[in-house]
Structures are given as C-alpha cells and as structure tokens.
Design a protein. Sequence first.
Length: 185
Amino acid sequence: MILPIYTLGQPVLRKVAEDIPTDYPNLKELIADMFETMYKSEGVGLAAPQIGKAIRVVVITLDCLAEDFPEYKDFNAAYINPHIVEVDDSETETMEEGCLSLPGIHEPVRRPKRIRVQWLDEELQPHDEWVEGYLARVMQHEFDHLEGKVFTDRISPLRRQLIKRKMQALLHGQFSCSYKVKMPR
Ligand code: NI
C-alpha cells in the first residue's frame, strides 16, 4: 500500500523516534508499504517518521545508482532500531541532498564519510558494521529523521537564509510534487 509522505511542518518529523519491540504488530507489512512508497516517490530512502510513525524503521534502496556504483546492484535494505554508535570525523564530504519531506529543496550537506551502525535487519538479525560511501551518506540522512532532524538543519546559516522563503512556503503547504503527501495544516 502506498502511504502519504508527511512533509515538513508535520510535528512527527521533529520527534525523536523510539526503538520498537521485535514483535511489533504487522512489521513485515509496514516495511513492505515503506518500500512501495519509497519506490513510487523515487526516493533512495524513507524513514518511518516520514509516514507519520515515530519509530526507528528505515528503508533504503541504492539499486538506481548501480550504473555508477556496481556494488549497489539490487541493494534494498530495511533497518530496524538503527543507531549510529561511532563516527569517524577525520574525513568529511559535501554532497547535495534532497528529501521527500522537503519537496523542491536541494542543498549541499557536509557529513562524515564513515560511521559505525548497529541495527536489526528484516529477519531481525543484529548487525554492527562500519559503513562508508554513498550508503553512509544515505544512512546519516535517514537516521537523522529518527532524531527529529532534517538535512536543512545541517546547512550553513547563509544557505539557510537563502532558502528561507522556500522553507516558509513548504511549512505552509505551498508546494507541489508528484507523490501523495500529508501537508501541515
Ligand atoms: Ni529525508
């Protein structure tokens, strides 16, 4: 089922999301719906707060990048209760980001290149891994959603000033996009 995507101004996007118990009701269905919603809206990641749930569940697909990054062929993964437990900030990188919850806004964001992450996969198997490259970028963006943060919180004050009007319009539901959304009211 395709779910509406909550856009900035919806309070759930500013909440710290909670870990879920492994017997969380209809978890498989929720994850399947999140994948379907992400594919439909052509995102590379979707966090549960973006569909109105303040819980720590994220889906990521990098298959669309396989032409440039062959290692991401067929990469589709769900992350349950993910936590960044260590950050290697010796190297950072600036890349342009966008977000399904902030349609029309794209800004460069500086982030560390390597992070250590703990999570459960879809089969509820635990992982504890250092992650780098494009996946580390997308994970940091998605896991920010679980902390009540969005990528524009991480841009420079100057850039933030420059997109102030756009952000105001977004907060007032004055935008259009090609997928189903739940705007702030
Ligand atoms: Ni996002």
